[in-house]
Write a protein that binds this ligand. Sequence first.
Ligand code: FMN
Length: 388
Amino acid sequence: MRVRRCAILMLEPRETLGFHLALLADGGSGLQRSVDWVAIAPHRRDETVVTSTEREVLVDLSPSEWIELEALAAKHPHEAIETLVTKELVIAEASDADARDRQLRETHWRPAAAVAHAASRWRGVDTEAADREFAEVVEETLLQRLGPPPPPVRERAPASQRLRLPVADATPLDALLAQRVTCRNFDASRALTQAQLAAVLYRTYGARAVDDFAPGVQLLKKSVPSAGGLHATEAYLLVRRVEGIEPGLYHYHPIDHALEPIRRLDRDEAAALARRFVAAQSYFLDAPVFVIAVSRFGRNFWKYRNHAKAYRALILDVGHLSQTMYLAATELGLAAFITAAINEVDIEEALGLDPLEEGPLAVSGFGVRARDCREIEFDPLHVIWKKD
Ligand SMILES: Cc1cc2nc3c(=O)[nH]c(=O)nc-3n(C[C@H](O)[C@H](O)[C@H](O)COP(=O)(O)O)c2cc1C
């Protein structure tokens, strides 16, 4: 059997501090420090810890050249090699791990970006429960706990030296921008019309033209800019209350301006998935539709191979999509949100996405804003929530 190291691997010497009363009684600080070598390898689902002996094997093994297992076993303990094969950090030729490792290679991820992406994916996180638990153990205010934040603006010259710029005359764009306030109070009794859903989707994700840029290379023209004109980020929908559309999961086809059904959901399933998708942030759960921004890494990295900026460019693309969706919804008198606190792994599983090739970077949603403000929104100018 031939083996090689997996393509992308980060070994992090992760410190854990434990508190032990006995150590305190002995006159110390009470803290015990331990360090684990944590392996992050994006072709695997989860992190795994390796021993120092296993680490030596990994450092010795090439990710590009296959070698016979016996040759490796001549230099390193057999047990460590076997464990590494089980952990899929040492890849056995023609195994399942080999298939996934090859797929990762062929997607042309930049290693640091692949590790960052893998390390930031959540499964089953409940942010509200985590916040509650934290509040129970820590009674300090944010300021006591974190100290003062950096100032709101980095000032590079005294006020007297600043070149004051003219104030632009107010335009309809200003009025629209002023109305954009992230919504955390949706009206659970109101549905979207199909026309509202369609308009927001088209203005954000819809393709206005398909351009034959070169033989076999098609670019899309949309309302938003996109790195390389590739528009590698597409919209998936979790529909809860849209007139004439069954609750369920859908993919938006940006050229046909059409919804592709993935799975129908009953009300309870849809509610449970919504909660799961946004890591239990309850204030978003009354939104009638979630729009999940899913980046197709393979499409962007086809051009920007192993590129230092490619993953960043994808994230920037999602920012443009988000703001455009906010504005498109706001223009219709609706309200929107975005969150990055999402359970990527749960979303991937629900939508049937292969995480090596495509994955969610954010979840947005929009709908009718409720009349009552139950959850705080950031509206210091009282544009939405008038002062009593
Ligand atoms: C990338 C990004 C991630 C965000 N994630 C969350 C989130 O997890 N939960 C949340 O309640 N709001 C989230 N927000 C919304 C911000 O809290 C909000 O934009 C901010 O409070 C300013 O309010 P405004 O959008 O009304 O101006 C996010 C915004 C952005 C741009």
